[in-house]
Structures are given as structure tokens and as C-alpha cells.
Design a protein around this ligand. Structure first.
Ligand SMILES: *Cc1c(COP(=O)(O)O)cnc(C)c1O
Length: 464
């Protein structure tokens, strides 16, 4: 009989050999059967009722379960009785020392906020929970969005799980990664693929929503941003309510950056934080509208009186030159960010800066994130590449405490990841070379070995 409360035991009743919990085995050495993890229940404090878990972990109540709604007091626009949740926001702030070294930060100073852990695999679920709650409040029957992929995946999931509305999704042609498209299709959304890019899809969905009375869940929807505020509450929670020095976030339609600025402005006004962190919004070089406007043309919120003419002039030039957004980071491949004014306000609140990074820098940073943590999709890695750039420029100090938001899950865009790590030069060229990516500096290439045990063992000893 085992002397420990927890041990391993052969599943074969005739054998029932036991092994220590620290033994590493995949089969019973006596009879070859599989092993169980077993417990001597007399020796552990087993609760006498299952609802004991309610009192300890409080997870039965969806308001506590949701990473969005457990901050209900800070986004109280709907009564508790009408909230919608599918368990979003169970995400993680993780110290990432390997990535910190790459970025140029001291150990312990870089944190990654993994929003890819959301049910549909991106931060969009935070906002969708809030938008759905509002849509339910106003009895909407159909919800629509234009999407580079993650908003549609999230919308489709909330529709299929809650059955509250029918999802109508607008996508541009060839602009959506397979991971994301597969979600929209599998969740049963009506998917309308139009010829054009994200901005075209966005313009059409606004018109169609107006005509058909569909509830629009793009980040022009202010309720979405309420849900996205909670990403920052969870960051603060992860830091034991200490305010970091920098928040670094990729910028596409600028919903996140806008929501983060609002979250911090409100917390400061409520006297709940002593200071506001600085924020860096990172564009891709191939989709750098915010960078152009803010850093090169000095566009600023200016107390709300921002230079609208400068913006329309910039868009007119962009159209005249037929310049269209193009980056491997498809989630931020956007020409006309719909939340531009709110983002300008957030940049003022957070003494923000804007930078842009190349597809090469994005993919190299992404490989470092993958090798040093849970991985992310290309757009997310813009935050890490941007932090590295700001370190090089001396704007972020090596001792600053920096939080990079990883917006989407690694599996969202396997095409980009496999092309980066491939041994097949043709595949690399087709997916990445065409975008000006020259090298896969941190590629982890598969080792090709003949089906021969000796050779396999030699390869393992050589490479590990
Ligand atoms: C939507 C999205 C972005 C862009 O966020 P905005 O709030 O639109 O700036 C970045 N990364 C991923 C993975 C996204 O899905």
C-alpha cells in the first residue's frame, strides 16, 4: 500500500502495483497495463458537498466567472440580469524574461497579456460580451460586422452559443486567414464575401446595417470598448494593482488603444490609481495611418478640437496614390481606422507614442514570443516588435515595467507561422518573400531524417 496521499497505480485489478507520484512511467513495469493517478481519500481533506467549490472559487456565478463581468461595477451600463457571457476574459498576464531579453528589458520587467486565451481565440470576445449585452437590451435580432477575421469569429461564436441573434459577416476577398474564416463558417454565420478589402467591407456593412436595422458590432460600437477596458483591469490585477510604466498594443481600428485610454482615465478620475501609464500604439509599416498622422503630421486630440482637415487630406492623398494597406499582420491591415478620434484622446490621456514596424520585425518578434511563451498571431507580435524599437530609441528604459498585449492566438494564422519555420524556400517566398520578408532569423526548422532508428537517435542527440 502506498504511503502517500497521492500515488500512481496500475489499472489492472490483478496487479494494482503502486508507484510514487514522482515516478515517470507510461506503463506498469510488471504487467504492461496503463497507470492511474490514485488517491488515498482517507488522507486528504475531501469536501463533503460539491457546492463547497462555489464557496471557495465562486465560479458558479457567470458574473464572477467572466473576466469581463467580474468588473461589472466599472462598466455598469446594463443590469446584472441581462448580461451575456460565454466565459470570456479568462486570460493571463505572464512575466516573460526570454522575450524581455530580446526586447532589451531587464529580467522581470516585461509582461505579456495573453488575450489569445479567450474562447474564440482573440481579445475581441471582451468587447463582444459587452456589445451582445447591449444588443440584448435593445432586442436586436441580427448582428453584423465587417472583419479582418477575429471580430467575425467572435460574433459568430456569441451568436451560435447564445442563439440570441443571427450573425451577418462581411469580409474582403482573400484577406482573411484560414483559422479565422473556419470559425465563422463552422459557427454558422451568414458570411458575405465582397470584392475589396477591409475598408470596403466596413463601408458596406455600415450602409447595409442602416438599411436593414442590423446591430453593428464593429468597434465603432461604444459598448464593445467598454468590454475591452477590462483587459487593463486584468493587467492591473496581475500586477497586484500596481500601475506599469508602459502599455504596448497593436493598432488596427484602434478600438483597444481607445478602450485602454478610457479605462485609465476613469480609474484615475475615480481615485483608484495614482497615475496613468504611458501607451505605445504600434502600426505595421504597410498600414501606418496612425503613425503618419500622429508622428509625422502632428495630429493631436487637442481637447477634442483636432484637425479634421488634416485627416481628410491624408485620406485623399492615400486614395489618389492608390495606396492600400498591406501587411502579413492581417488583423491590423486597415487604411481608415474607425476609432481614430478616440485613439487621439487616449494618446493624450496616456502621453502616448505611435510607432510602426516591418513585417520582418513582426515575424521575428512573433517567433521569439512563441519560443518564450504561449505564442500569438502576427498582428499581436507588433506590440513586442514595437517595444523593442522604443527600447532602441531610448524612449522605453531598460528598467521600465512594460506590458505588451498579445491580441490573438497563435493558431489563428498557421500559414504565416509555418511559412516562417519552413525548410521549403518556395513556400517561404510565396507567403513571406512577397511581403519583403528576407530571412527567418529565429526559424525552428523541422529536421528531416530517414525512417531509421539509428539515424533518428543521432539526430536527436545532435540537435537537442
Ligand atoms: C482586431 C485586432 C487587432 C486590432 O485591434 P484594434 O482594436 O482594431 O486596434 C489587433 N490584433 C488582433 C489579433 C486583432 O484581432
Amino acid at each position: 500500500m502506498a504511503s502517500q496521499a497521492a500515488f500512481q497505480r496500475c489499472i489492472s485489478p490483478g496487479c494494482a502495483a503502486t508507484f510514487d507520484i514522482t515516478d515517470v512511467r507510461v506503463a506498469c513495469p510488471r504487467c504492461g497495463s496503463l497507470l492511474d493517478v490514485a488517491y488515498d481519500w482517507q488522507r486528504v481533506a475531501v469536501p463533503d458537498r460539491l457546492d463547497y467549490f462555489d464557496s471557495v472559487y465562486s465560479r458558479a456565478d457567470p458574473l464572477r466567472m467572466s473576466g469581463v463581468w467580474r468588473f461589472w461595477e466599472l462598466l455598469p451600463f446594463a443590469p446584472r440580469s441581462s448580461i451575456v457571457t460565454v466565459g470570456e476574459g479568462q486570460t493571463l498576464l505572464q512575466q516573460a524574461d526570454a522575450v524581455a531579453q530580446y526586447v532589451g528589458l531587464r529580467p522581470g520587467r516585461l509582461y505579456l497579456q495573453y488575450e489569445g486565451l479567450n474562447p474564440s481565440g482573440s481579445f475581441k470576445d471582451n468587447g463582444m460580451a459587452a456589445a451582445f449585452t447591449h444588443a440584448r437590451l435593445v432586442n436586436a435580432r441580427r448582428a453584423a460586422c465587417a472583419s479582418t477575421g477575429n471580430t467575425s469569429a467572435s460574433l459568430a461564436m456569441y451568436c451560435s452559443v447564445t442563439r440570441l441573434m443571427k450573425a451577418v459577416i462581411f469580409i474582403g476577398s482573400g484577406k482573411i486567414s484560414y483559422g479565422k474564416l473556419s470559425q465563422a463558417l463552422d459557427y454558422g454565420a451568414l458570411t458575405v464575401q465582397i470584392t475589396g478589402d477591409f475598408d470596403d467591407a466596413m463601408a458596406r456593412v455600415r450602409e447595409a446595417s442602416g438599411k436593414l436595422g442590423m446591430y453593428l458590432v464593429n468597434s465603432v460600437n461604444p459598448f464593445r470598448l467598454e468590454g475591452q477596458k477590462t483587459i487593463m483591469y486584468r493587467v492591473l490585477e496581475g500586477l497586484r494593482w500596481e500601475v506599469p510604466d508602459w502599455i504596448v498594443v497593436p493598432g488596427g481600428n484602434l478600438g483597444n488603444s481607445s478602450a485602454f485610454g478610457k479605462a485609465f482615465a476613469e480609474l484615475f478620475e475615480l481615485g483608484l490609481i495614482p497615475r496613468i501609464p504611458r501607451m505605445a500604439v504600434i502600426n505595421a509599416q504597410g498600414a501606418d495611418t496612425l503613425f503618419q498622422l500622429v508622428e509625422l503630421r502632428r495630429l493631436a486630440w487637442n481637447g477634442g478640437d483636432f484637425d479634421q482637415k488634416l485627416v481628410s487630406q491624408f485620406y485623399a492623398e492615400m486614395d489618389a496614390a492608390q495606396r492600400r494597406a498591406s501587411t502579413i499582420a492581417s488583423a491590423i491591415e486597415i487604411n481608415r481606422p474607425v476609432n481614430l478620434p478616440k485613439c487621439l484622446r487616449a494618446l493624450e490621456t496616456c502621453q502616448g507614442v505611435v510607432r510602426c514596424v516591418s513585417d520582418q520585425e513582426i515575424l521575428d518578434a512573433k517567433a521569439k514570443v512563441g519560443a518564450g511563451g504561449m505564442g500569438c498571431e502576427p498582428a499581436s507580435a507588433a506590440s513586442v516588435a514595437g517595444a523593442k524599437l522604443l527600447r532602441q530609441q531610448g524612449i522605453i528604459e531598460p528598467t521600465d515595467r512594460v506590458v505588451c498585449v498579445l491580441t490573438g492566438h497563435l493558431l489563428k494564422d498557421p500559414t504565416a507561422t509555418v511559412a516562417y519555420h519552413t525548410t521549403d524556400q518556395k513556400q517561404f517566398n510565396e507567403v513571406l518573400g512577397a511581403r519583403g520578408v528576407r530571412r527567418a532569423s529565429f526559424a525552428n526548422r523541422a529536421v528531416v531524417v530517414r525512417n531509421d532508428l539509428e539515424e533518428i537517435i543521432r539526430a536527436i542527440e545532435l540537435y537537442s
